[in-house]
Design a protein around this ligand. Structure first.
Ligand code: ZN
Length: 134
């Protein structure tokens, strides 16, 4: 089962917790055991799995700024968002998680975040696909 979620982001760099929406989809998909693919069809966004703690979310933004948003990239001459492309490529645009008893298998401190790297944007898509174990 394939499903597409859409989100509006509010900041240049932002971590949006989308765990609840994804868990709802997995429940509705009817897959008891299998896998979930989470895919972001954007070159300037990413998806991560990590702890939802406000200090850590700020640290993540700080780390992204220090690492990628330094200027001096060639692509900035085109549309001034090289850092967002580089961070997206480095972090990754997809994650695959196990599904068991119709729920995502994840650790207590593992939430799922859409990572906006060139916001704000009105229509960030997250494509979800459950794959049933055969
Ligand atoms: Zn670009």
């Amino acid at each position: 089962m394939l499903h597409e979620l859409s989100f509006t982001t509010n900041n240049k760099i932002e971590l949006m917790d989308i765990t609840h929406e994804i868990e709802e989809f997995v429940k509705e998909s009817g897959v008891e055991e299998g896998r979930l693919l989470i895919f972001v069809p954007h070159a300037t966004a990413a998806v991560i799995v990590n702890e939802h703690e406000s200090g850590l979310l700020n640290d993540y933004v700080k780390w992204l700024k220090k690492t990628f948003y330094t200027g001096g990239w060639e692509h900035d001459l085109i549309d001034n968002n090289a850092a967002a492309h580089l961070a997206s490529a480095f972090i990754g645009c997809s994650r695959t998680l196990p599904v068991r008893e119709a729920r995502i298998v994840r650790g207590t401190w593992q939430n799922i975040f859409l990572v906006e790297l060139d916001g704000p944007r009105k229509n960030r898509k997250v494509v979800l696909q459950t794959i049933k174990k055969v």
